[in-house]
Design a protein around this ligand. Structure first.
Ligand code: ATP
Length: 204
């Protein structure tokens, strides 16, 4: 459980489950959002201390000419080398965690929504008070991801296989948003009900 006074609600779900869509609904209700993917990119911004250390450790070829990290090259380097992967995780994970906590502390809405695709996989349960899991069938997940970004269905299946299973994710849920229906007004109703319960929780 997080130690700051803020109520933090974690939102997670597999690829294409509707995290961005549902996050926008909470934002429309005036809730501050902290996005784990954005934080992870910010800690390696051009000129950052972490980027300097990556360049010293792996070589300047991992920094693009525009000063940004070459994520694709670094990903393939650590994919085949467990030691490199551990070194990078030891550098980045504490920085990412610190920055997430700082952003959560700076939020001013009645509670804060912390959006993390890999909330459970990366053991981030400790920084939230409750976890919302967005639930969707695998068939729908593949179709929607494919429609948004026509990569191959096999590629989408591969990413789903690398994430925890639908059953295991649901096992960690305090609250569930059913995003199978295509009627977004119905999904928004679920968001409004949860928002009201979190506002009450934040007042306690
Ligand atoms: P990713 O993990 O890939 O970033 P995500 O979990 O953020 O995805 P979204 O981008 O919100 O998911 O949704 C995936 C696609 O499905 C988008 O094109 C979105 O418009 C669509 N979508 C989301 N919810 C619904 C819904 N209830 N009905 C129909 N389409 C939906």
């Amino acid at each position: 459980m997080n130690k700051s006074h803020k109520v933090v609600i974690g939102l997670t779900g597999g690829i294409g489950s509707g995290k961005s869509t549902i996050t926008a609904m909470f934002a429309d209700l005036g809730i501050d959002i902290v996005d784990a993917d954005i934080v992870a990119r910010m800690v390696v911004m051009p000129k950052s201390e972490a980027l300097k250390q990556i360049s010293q450790h792996f070589g300047a070829q991992f920094i693009q000419s525009d000063g940004h990290l070459n994520r694709a090259s670094l990903r393939s380097r650590i994919f085949s080398n467990e030691q490199d992967k551990t070194w990078l995780n030891n550098l980045l994970h504490p920085l990412i965690r610190q920055r997430m906590i700082k952003e959560i502390d700076q939020s001013t809405s009645s509670y804060c929504l912390f959006v993390a695709p890999l909330l459970i996989e990366n053991n981030l349960q400790g920084i939230v008070n409750r976890i919302i899991v967005i639930d969707i069938t695998e068939k729908e997940q593949i179709e929607r991801t494919f429609l948004r970004d026509p990569s191959s269905r096999d590629e989408v299946r591969r990413i789903i296989a690398s994430q925890i299973s639908r059953t295991e994710r649901l096992h960690h849920a305090d609250d569930i948003i059913d995003n199978n229906k295509t009627d977004l007004a119905e999904v928004n109703k679920q968001v409004i009900i949860l928002d009201q319960s979190y506002r009450k929780l934040a007042m306690k």
